[in-house]
Design a protein around this ligand. Sequence first.
Ligand code: AMP
Length: 119
Amino acid sequence: MAYDQENIFAKILRGEIPNATVYEDEYALAFKDINPQAPVHVLVIPKGEYVSMADFSANAPAELVTGFIRAVGETARQLGLEEGGYRLIANTGANAHQEVPHLHYHILSGRPLGPMLSR
Ligand code: AMP
């Protein structure tokens, strides 16, 4: 699947759409989800044109893979989620209902989250 330069997270990375940033470095941007599913719901995206985990894991340079994963962990740390715990989700493709075609991890926390899948 080709990268769509007009997807909403590409626009956020270009600064064309505002976001509520919680963490940023040279590899990644973390911001609050606009439709939170838990008291803490943050998205972390790599600074690069990658559709999905499949695309990113196969094609991103090692420095960006490392930097992005570190940024996910650092975001959770800075949000104070280590002690109580949190859930990471990276929806990939149709079966997972991926809506935005730019790789993102959801960080969910702030209450007991229940079973991993609703059904
Ligand atoms: P997914 O289904 O994994 O692709 O999730 C996409 C997520 O992006 C959803 O949880 C949306 O609420 C969120 N989202 C869509 N547009 C925005 C936006 N402009 N700012 C923040 N989050 C957004």
